[in-house]
Design a protein around this ligand. Structure first.
Ligand code: HEC
Length: 147
């Protein structure tokens, strides 16, 4: 039941994206990142032993991250530096190449994780650890905590 709920939240978040992506890139990228956060939470629960390992959940968590990495970088156009409670750092626009590179690495690492088809917790820990190392690295460089 809990697993079904996670799936439907992930699917629902993605299906709403095209509707408001063009008019509100800040809200859209935040929604996508929230979704990535949900995927990290689902994966993290298994890694921490709070949830039983499940290969479908493991793959889905990596796929949600990878799907986000393919498009979310486009949602930081010039003019979206402020407003909408964004926590993106001005550095993102000053060092666009660095940000794009960090996003490309996130893409590569999550794709490699999916390709490794983690079938048990030990394998998933490796794939998940590699994928989620990107979160903090990018946030530290290109995001400012405002809460
Ligand atoms: C290449 C850069 C990059 C990577 C990699 C990345 N993020 Fe983010 N993330 C951002 C930026 C930039 C923001 C701020 C967006 C905004 O507020 O406009 C953000 C915001 C967030 C938010 C807040 C969303 C909200 O509601 O405002 C969460 C949660 C989040 N990221 C989770 C993650 C997790 C979990 C991962 C790794 C699995 C990850 N991110 C990987 C750049 C990244």
């Amino acid at each position: 039941m809990k697993r079904i709920l996670i799936y439907s939240v992930l699917v629902a978040a993605f299906s709403t994206i095209p509707v408001f992506a063009a008019e509100d890139p800040i809200a859209t990228r935040k929604a996508i990142m929230k979704n990535v956060g949900a995927a990290a939470k689902a994966g993290g629960a298994m890694v921490k032993g709070e949830a039983e390992f499940n290969a479908v959940t493991a793959e889905l968590a990596l796929r949600v991250m990878n799907a986000a990495s393919l498009g979310v970088g486009e949602l930081f156009p010039k003019g979206s530096e402020t407003g909408g409670k964004t926590t993106a750092s001005p550095k993102l626009w000053e060092d666009r190449a660095g940000f794009d590179k960090a996003m490309a690495k996130f893409q590569t690492d999550t794709a490699a994780g999916i390709a490794s088809k983690p079938a048990d917790l030990a394998a998933f820990k490796v794939a998940f650890g590699t994928a989620t190392a990107n979160c903090g690295a990018c946030h530290k460089a290109y995001r400012v905590k405002k809460e």
